[in-house]
Design a protein around this ligand. Structure first.
Ligand code: F6R
Length: 241
């Protein structure tokens, strides 16, 4: 585990864009695993800026997103499909046929999971997986539980995640109760994992996840075992150490 300390959100986002940008330069047809949520927005803005400046080319890049709410259509502005288009895909020269988000409208959970794992396998795996960190230690939507689940599957969101995500919806009742998410194995098989974390609100969980025991009760703790895991964290999120 390598920890890179940033002075603030802006610097964290620039550092993450440096690493993703380097991956794109070194491997123009890389498979990028992507995340949604508030934390990576600045990273995507940086990547778009570098694309506009002619420094990055996304034409051969392939992407697989971590997760999607179950039951939201692509057109729903709270879907992760919509998020990825509005924050990144619509602003760079990526071939949309090479972008993938789990199908939130697939009613058959087993099929949804297998289809997604097949996409990842057919690409030859993920070169670099970007992650945020949930307040309860979740990665993707792998919530705290009794075991680490390997592949893409359906999850019941915990009350704490529903509470945390209600800020994006008109009311808490509108927050979906389930999601499709890559499994812990899908994430751990990525060749490199890059996590971005900022703010005082994440300081306690950063300490638990990366300086405490490895347990499925804190899903992100498994990343301690990844042999190429980079954590970019701002000073506020390190303040409990
Ligand atoms: C999003 C995702 C989630 C978020 C996490 C942190 O695709 O997989 O695990 O990374 O909930 O969200 P923010 O960044 O909004 O604090």
């Amino acid at each position: 585990m390598r920890i890179l300390c940033a002075k603030d959100y802006k610097e964290m986002s620039e550092m993450a864009a440096d690493i993703i940008g380097a991956e794109i330069l070194l491997k123009p047809d890389a498979v990028l695993g992507l995340a949604t949520g508030s934390t990576p927005i600045g990273t995507y803005e940086e990547l778009v800026r570098r694309y506009e400046a002619g420094r990055l080319d996304f034409s051969e890049i392939k992407t697989v997103n971590l997760d999607e709410y179950r039951g939201l259509t692509k057109e729903n502005d709270q879907s992760y499909y919509y998020f990825m288009h509005s924050h990144l895909f619509d602003h760079v020269n990526i071939d949309k046929n090479n972008t993938n988000v789990p199908d939130g409208m697939e009613p058959d959970a087993v099929k949804a999971g297998q289809d997604y794992e097949n996409i990842i396998k057919n690409y030859g795996g993920i070169d670099l997986q970007l992650l945020g960190l949930g307040n309860n230690g979740h990665i993707g939507f792998n919530e705290p539980c009794d075991e680490f689940i390997d592949e893409t599957h359906v999850v019941d969101l915990t009350q704490s995640t529903i509470e945390a995500n209600k800020r994006f919806f008109a009311s808490i009742d509108d927050v979906p109760k389930q999601a499709y998410t890559m499994g812990i194995g899908s994430i751990m098989r990525a060749k490199r994992v890059l996590m971005v974390v900022n703010g005082k609100g994440k300081a306690e969980i950063v300490k638990e996840a990366f300086f405490g025991p490895i347990t499925p009760k804190v899903p992100a703790s498994i990343l301690q075992l990844h042999n190429d895991f980079i954590l970019i964290v701002d000073v506020e999120a390190l303040s409990c150490l």
